[in-house]
Write a new protein. Structure first.
Length: 90
C-alpha cells in the first residue's frame, strides 16, 4: 500500500479535475495539467498521483521550507505578550 491516502478526485464535463483530500478541495486542474494527471492516474497508483499533483508527495521538507515557516504571518505567539482586555464602561 502507498504512503498517500485520503485523496479523491472528480472530473467535470468541461474537462476540469478537482482533487479532494479528506473531503476538502485541494487542487483544481484545467487543460494540459488535467489531462496529464488523468493519464498518470490511469497508468499508476491513483493515491500517489493525487499526492504528487497536490504537492503532498511524502517529502519531509523542501529547501527553504523551514526559513519560510519561521517568518510566517501567524507565528508561534512569541512576538507579542498576552494582554488582558477590559470592556470600557459608559
Amino acid at each position: 500500500m502507498s504512503g498517500a491516502e485520503g485523496f479523491d478526485f472528480r472530473t467535470r464535463s468541461n474537462g476540469e479535475v478537482a482533487i479532494f483530500h479528506h473531503g476538502k478541495l485541494s487542487k483544481m486542474m484545467r487543460g494540459d495539467e488535467a489531462e496529464s494527471f488523468l493519464a498518470a492516474v490511469k497508468d499508476g497508483d491513483a493515491q500517489e498521483a493525487m499526492a504528487a499533483a497536490v504537492g503532498n508527495d511524502g517529502q519531509l521538507s523542501r529547501p527553504g521550507a523551514q526559513a519560510a515557516s519561521a517568518t510566517a504571518l501567524h507565528g508561534n505567539g512569541e512576538a507579542h505578550a498576552h494582554q488582558e482586555f477590559r470592556r470600557k464602561s459608559g
